[in-house]
Design a protein around this ligand. Structure first.
Ligand SMILES: [Zn+2]
Length: 284
């Protein structure tokens, strides 16, 4: 399988730690605050710029969230099937409070998925498994184990074409619908409430097609970059740091050697529990 990385979508909603100008009126503190704002603002712009370099689809820059501020993202196209699910990209938890949503992509894989299921079970953790249709078809036993353990399914397409946002709508529809059918067939018709475009390569059309089949487009906030194998410690540290941005974490159980991801989960899951995070699911 082709190696890939999934670029982090930009999100215009400032994270909670982002400084607000005018919070304090003391001149010295205000100067400090302004300076801090400028420095952090520059850092944020640099990050956004770096993210922009990685972006392939303009949509991800302009319509990234399910917030009410992005109405254009949710206007259905009357020439396509009507959505029966929310067609905006989900990144927030369905539960209130301090939560984390684990999302695990590119499996199921006979070498790694059973071990990921094991570490999740030992930590009472739940996850969304974004499966490639052919992998589910090849390993229906694993796909069924995922469902039986209480995790949720996500259609991650057939071919993992990270450039599918540049292809015609008929191609995108076939990738989405065939992937869904393969996952459903493998699991005996278990619900598939999410669709995640390969590499986050969503289009308005692909989101509507997914939503017309009952699947909410699924994004992420935290890109651990585990696919690039930066080391388990680095994966853990990235997750801990970026959870301030949002709750939905991107990890992988397929597409190559996932030993680092597994080792990272062994560290991260107990840390999440010790630090008061509850395991939730992304909004449907
Ligand atoms: Zn993927």
């Amino acid at each position: 399988m082709r190696e890939h990385h999934e670029p982090k979508p930009s999100d215009p909603t400032p994270p909670s730690w982002y400084p607000r100008v005018g919070v304090t009126s003391h001149p010295a503190r205000r100067r400090t605050a302004v300076l801090r704002t400028a420095v952090l603002g520059a850092a944020a712009l640099t990050l956004l710029g770096a993210a922009g370099v990685l972006m392939k689809a303009p949509e991800r820059l302009t319509q990234p969230t399910g917030s009410p501020a992005a109405p254009a993202a949710t206007a259905p196209d009357p020439t396509l099937p009507a959505p029966v699910a929310d067609m905006s990209i989900s990144r927030q938890s369905e539960d209130p409070g301090k939560t984390v949503n684990l999302t695990i992509d590119d499996g199921p894989d006979p070498q790694w998925t059973p071990r990921v299921l094991d570490v999740l079970a030992r930590n009472d953790a739940k996850a969304v498994f974004c499966m490639l249709g052919p992998n589910a078809q090849a390993h229906p036993d694993l796909a069924r184990q995922v469902v039986a353990a209480g995790h949720r399914l996500c259609d991650h397409s057939v071919s993992h074409d990270t450039a599918m946002d540049h292809k015609d709508v008929a191609y995108q529809e076939k990738e989405i619908v065939d992937g869904l059918t393969m996952v459903q067939d493998a699991t005996g018709g278990a619900p598939v409430p999410y669709y995640r475009a390969p590499g986050g390569a969503f289009t308005p059309e692909s989101r509507q097609i997914a939503a017309a089949h009952g699947m909410r487009p699924l994004g992420w906030n935290v890109d651990t970059r585990d696919f690039e194998r930066p080391g388990a410690d680095r994966i853990v540290e990235t997750a801990k740091a970026q959870l301030r941005i949002g709750p939905t974490v991107l990890l992988h159980d397929g597409g190559g050697n996932r030993a680092q991801t597994l080792a990272a989960l062994e560290q991260l899951l107990p840390w999440l529990k010790d630090n008061g995070y509850a395991f939730s699911f992304p909004q449907q």
